[in-house]
Design a protein around this ligand. Structure first.
Ligand code: WTA
Length: 654
């Protein structure tokens, strides 16, 4: 049985439902189905009402201009994202409210009020302007989870320079490719970060990347542990590299915000696709900010006394939308933590929840499965009674993990919002509203008001009940506008299948109540521990090793990570298989892309199963990797290849 079939089977057995608790419902922002009705009556009016909750320098003339596949939202409107996240809270009584509660992995702590954050952002906006950064120039950010990464992002937004945040776990080579694609002129990094007790040498990695990034003129380096404790061995190239604290000490805390058009670029964020080259997903200002602000408010039901903790890294879209832009635009208090959940012990997250009285907690199913494996004694050590709402994102959640989360973290009193969305969608798309929606473990439930989703078959016919491809059938404010410098790829990837309808790359099932059950990717993208990884990217990394002639990468089910990578490798003629070669290849991939892409298994083979036209049959490789009985092999050029491979893999596993 395939992995998808297995998931369908489990889901079919899942009949438990959970009503929003009465106490929760009483105070929720959304208590009735009215927003759904309003949005379906007049979707544009609904979104315009959400946009009006932001502060605009100049109102828009038209809500939507849709020339498929290109959308413009809030046409003619002018605003600035940093003004919405900061300045407006200086006037509405929140200026001394805590914006960020930060905790470093080693245990250091800082809190910044909205006023503090405003001053820092303005100073850094001035620093960037002094370094010659102008509206429209791209700025790359490669940082640990420290407050300065938020300062850097908002300072870019303030001066209208699109940021491109590169996850700090990516390798030098990945950083280099992303800098070069965006032609960034400035890089902001740190001397180091901490992860699971280890130092992450960000500046050293950056220096490696900077050998081949001709567009970079300046590098700003944050001293992670402050002035005077700069990491040893950091080389600063005179004229190019500058210490953040030195530049900041001379900068003024007032900076005029750039007046941005609603459709001006806010950021580029690279994500994996089905080719070897990551896609620069382009998000603009007005629609994106409207979408993330509205969803943060309603999905997480944020109020002024909430303490919101989204455990994602800012290097991913979840961090952009639900650590930075959504919560700060609402004036919320946000918790930010630098390190690993099991450092120094497996109760670190629960210690943080208790210490700061976190009320709304948002994490990934892969983390929940790890908590389950570690055991309920870790959360039980702490008082988690401040929690009132839980969320998940990033991959399908299995009902057992949902129930465990509900019981051991939520004390059976917290609703759970399973939120489906993507880097491309900008914000949450399919989700419960916690005061309204009856939830079913494993289902992301229904589209957010104003979002239109459908299941389609290969010909584009709608499937009301059953399985199909998940599509979004009308434009939405937070949608990607294009792929940076590759509009053709944008058209082909997302809009090529069904004209005017967005193809998500996910398969899903819809039940009789209209609930969506996301099954996972149907393309050559894998989801390993909630991180998107393209099989082609890993294959290109493998064939760049001198010993490798050909490689095929597939996913296999993994208890904690959801999926793990298995690589089938053909060695070059004359290369003999040394015992340490498998480890060397795994390390090679980690060095090329980042540790998140390290394959779990490498299978050496003399041949790969191909169709008569020469296409690798991934479906068969997946069956082999998952240890399942083989599917149909009649279209294979040489069926014997498969049997031999399967025997080899089973031998290696045993
Ligand atoms: C998967 C992360 C099931 C899906 C925000 C999607 C999910 C990909 C869910 C996007 C969910 C995300 N249930 N699957 N609640 N949320 N996914 O771009 O396959 O890193 O296409 O964005 O994650 O991953 P990305």
């Amino acid at each position: 049985m395939s992995q998808t079939a297995e998931r369908i089977e489990t889901l079919l057995k899942e009949r438990r439902t959970y009503q929003p608790p009465a106490a929760f419902k009483r105070t929720a922002h959304v208590r009735s189905k009215k927003p759904y009705q309003e949005a379906s009556r007049d979707r544009l009016k609904f979104w315009a009402a959400r946009a009006k909750e932001l502060e605009w320098f100049k109102p828009w003339k038209k809500v939507l201009e849709w020339n498929p596949p290109h959308a413009k939202w809030f046409v003619g409107g002018k605003l600035n994202a940093s003004v919405n996240c900061l300045d407006r809270h200086l006037k509405n009584g929140r200026r001394n409210k805590v914006a960020l509660i930060w905790e470093g992995e080693p245990g250091d702590r800082r809190t910044l009020s909205y006023w503090d954050l405003h001053r820092e952002v303005c100073r850094f906006a001035n620093v960037l302007r002094d370094l010659g950064v102008k509206k429209g120039d791209r700025v790359a950010i490669y940082m640990p989870m420290i407050p300065e990464v938020v300062v850097a992002m908002l300072a870019c937004a303030r001066i209208g320079a699109p940021h491109s945040v590169v996850f700090g776990g990516f390798s030098a080579e990945s950083l280099k490719d992303r800098i070069n694609d965006a032609e960034a002129t400035v890089l902001i990094t740190a001397d180091k970060g901490y992860r699971r007790g280890q130092v992450v040498p960000l500046k050293r990695n950056a220096d490696e990347a900077l050998k081949e990034t001709p567009t970079i003129r300046h590098v700003v380096v944050v001293a992670r542990d402050g002035k005077g404790s700069e990491a040893a061995g950091i080389e600063m190239q005179p004229g190019r590299d500058h210490w953040y604290h030195e530049l900041m000490s001379r900068a003024s805390p007032d900076a005029k915000p750039a007046v941005m058009d609603a459709e001006d670029l806010l950021f580029i964020l690279y994500t994996s696709g089905t080719t070897g080259k990551p896609k620069g997903i382009v998000h603009t200002t007005g629609g994106y900010l409207t979408h993330v602000t509205a969803t943060t408010k309603w999905v997480f039901d944020l109020k002024d006394d909430d303490v919101f903790w989204c455990t994602a890294d800012v290097g991913w879209v979840t961090g952009h939308s639900y650590i930075v832009y959504g919560p700060l635009s609402l004036g919320a208090t946000v918790v930010m933590y630098e390190g690993a959940p099991d450092w120094p012990d497996k109760d670190r997250f629960w210690e943080i929840v208790e210490r700061y009285g976190v009320t709304v907690f948002y994490t990934a199913p892969t983390a929940i499965r790890a908590f389950m494996k570690w055991g309920p004694e870790y959360p039980a050590r702490h008082d988690l009674s401040s929690l009132r709402l839980l969320g998940t994102v990033g991959e399908p959640i299995n009902p057992e993990a949902w129930i465990w989360y509900h019981q051991h973290i939520g004390g059976k009193r917290c609703p759970i919002v399973d939120t489906w969305w993507q880097t491309e969608t900008g914000g949450i798309m399919i989700t419960p509203l916690p005061g309204v929606t009856r939830t079913k473990p494993g289902s992301a439930t229904l589209p957010f008001p104003g979002i239109e989703a459908a299941l389609l078959d290969g010909d584009g016919n709608e499937i009301k009940v059953g399985g199909g491809f998940l599509a979004i059938t009308s434009p939405w404010p937070g949608m990607l506008r294009t792929i940076y410098k590759d509009d053709q790829r944008y058209r082909d990837t997302y809009w090529g299948r069904w004209p005017g309808k967005y193809f998500t790359g996910d398969g899903a099932k819809r039940d009789r109540d209209g609930y969506f059950w996301i099954l996972g990717r149907v393309d050559d993208v894998l989801n390993v521990a909630g991180h998107r990884i393209g099989t082609m990217e890993v294959e290109s990394a493998l064939v760049s090793h001198p010993a490798v002639a050909e490689a095929a990468v597939v996913g296999k089910p993994h208890e904690l990570k959801g999926q793990a990578l298995v690589a089938f490798v053909i060695l070059r003629a004359g290369v003999s298989n040394r015992p340490e070669l498998a480890d060397e290849l795994k390390q090679h991939v980690a060095t090329k892309i980042g540790a998140i892409a390290r394959p779990d298994d490498i299978i050496f083979t003399a041949d790969l199963p191909k169709t008569r036209s020469g296409k690798i049959m991934r479906r068969l490789l997946k069956d082999i990797a998952a240890g399942r009985a083989l599917g149909d092999v009649t279209t294979l050029a040489d069926p014997a290849v498969v049997q031999a491979l399967k025997e080899k893999y089973e031998e290696q596993e045993s």
